[in-house]
Design a protein around this ligand. Structure first.
Ligand code: PMP
Length: 443
């Protein structure tokens, strides 16, 4: 189709698509556009032809979706429900300031020099202690820290994947993971997300394609909010152990439960040593901390550390040291309770406002935790078209196709993040979505 042709041109760097605006030919240094730019830059050497110099590594076809979303011109009073962000007003800045002042004087200067690539030792041990509460039995040596779990995902792909390797992902799934896997040249096999888990399809994939791993977000899944039941967790582990399938369990949202705590992570029942457990402090505390971690076999950690040395030697020790102080201070449980209560109210407020303003034009279910409402437009209108108009009306969100490995899927679905804004803004956002929907479906 013409859309695929445009996407192919975009992957090769010839054109650039801007959501809500159109597709534009990239200006190369050697064409007229480039010369015009060079002329304006009087006396400078001709512009470098950067587009021609990039390494011919695989690129994810999804790589432009989020960039375009950020680049789309937003109204001044836009209410952004797109990014998966904790509310900045909940960030425990005052405590961090106090801890920094108190701890700095007592800390050995060497702690501010280079530290082991695997992470700041006291933090790794504190994380291992915290994991024991979830039923995960690991030592500090089996924990490695990263600059956010995105950094961990990238390194995992780097040490495990070769171009052409197969990886199983859920459909839909976290965009950042799909991009990393496709960027490593992997071929992705989709397992549809639903109440259940299609273990027959999983086994079929295992037999036919021998995938390197299965990336799964079992608890308060991004973007759907789904929680895998205890029985399905057991069944999945049974199949995985039988086939020696590596499971990469991304557990970013499990602390954010609004009713009962969720079932224990897969890693807690990992009897065959094949589960790689990944988590982050970005959702519970704040993303600027850039501390995520992984719990896995020391052999894998050793290999990841060798690779991480090439990128950044180690994750910032100031972040890790501060986080360690915060964990020691005992303030985390109180903070977690406060954000749970706040986000639960926001989830309910957004759901109620959507029902009021969108009626039967929109369907969604209420997640028991996490950050997102996953919505479906009841009718032929696509979420991308809705977004196009909604942005003009002052509200933005992520269209569903972004969460699938090929952008042809998820046309009527979209994701709303309910944690960032207070209730009146969420209600206003729902009103704007409802107005746009009504205008577009009635014409
Ligand atoms: N995994 C999932 C499922 C996520 O939703 C996110 C953030 N959107 C991440 C990983 C990455 O988080 P970070 O790199 O900030 O730790």
């Amino acid at each position: 189709t013409a859309i695929n042709a445009y996407r192919a041109l975009e992957r090769q760097g010839w054109v650039r698509t801007r959501v809500g605006s159109g597709t534009y030919v990239e200006r190369h240094a050697t064409d007229n556009g480039g010369r015009r730019e060079a002329d304006e830059f009087k006396g400078a050497a001709p512009l470098m032809p950067w587009m021609e110099l990039f390494a011919a590594r695989p690129q994810s076809p999804l790589s432009t979706i989020l960039r375009d979303l950020v680049a789309a011109p937003l109204a001044e009073d836009n209410i952004a429900l797109a990014a998966g962000m904790a509310d900045p007003n909940t960030f425990p800045i005052a405590t961090m300031q106090r801890l920094f002042a108190e701890q700095a004087g007592e800390t050995a200067p060497s702690d501010f020099g280079h530290i082991p690539t695997e992470g700041y030792g006291p933090l790794r041990h504190a994380i291992a202690t915290g994991l024991a509460v979830k039923g995960i039995d690991v030592t500090g040596e089996q924990v490695m820290t990263f600059a956010g779990s995105q950094n961990g995902l990238y390194l995992l792909a780097r040490v495990m994947l070769e171009p052409g390797d197969y990886v199983i992902v859920e459909a839909p799934t976290f965009i950042g993971a799909v991009q990393v896997f496709q960027g490593a040249g992997a071929r992705l096999l989709s397992l549809p997300v639903s109440e259940g888990l299609d273990l027959a399809l999983l086994e079929d994939y295992l037999i036919r394609y021998r995938p390197k791993f299965f990336y799964i977000n079992p608890t308060f899944h991004n973007p759907t909010g789904r929680v895998l039941s205890e029985r399905l967790r057991r069944d999945l582990l049974e199949v995985a152990a039988r086939y020696r399938l590596v499971i990469v369990e991304d557990d970013a949202y499990s602390e954010l439960f609004y009713h009962q705590p969720p079932p224990p992570p897969l890693k807690a029942a990992d009897g065959y040593g094949g589960v790689v457990y990944l988590n982050t402090f970005s959702k519970l505390l704040f993303p600027g901390l850039r501390v995520g971690y992984l719990a896995a076999s020391p052999t894998l950690i050793n290999r990841l550390a060798l690779e991480k040395q090439y990128i950044d030697l180690h994750t910032s020790n100031i972040s890790q040291w501060l986080l360690h102080g915060y964990l020691k201070s005992g303030e985390l449980p109180g903070h977690a309770n406060r954000v749970r209560a706040l986000y639960k109210k926001r989830r309910d407020a957004l759901a109620q406002a959507l029902r009021q303003y969108c009626g039967n034009d929109l369907s969604f279910s209420i997640p028991d935790g996490g950050f997102y409402l996953w919505c479906r437009i009841e009718g032929p209108l696509t979420a991308r078209d809705l977004l196009h108009e909604a942005i003009k009306g002052g509200v933005s969100f992520v269209p569903g196709d972004a969460f699938y490995r090929t952008p042809e899927m998820g046309g009527q679905q979209f994701r709303l993040c309910f944690t960032t804004h207070p209730e009146p803004l969420l209600a206003e956002a729902a009103r704007r979505i409802g107005d746009t929907l009504r205008r577009m479906t009635k014409t």
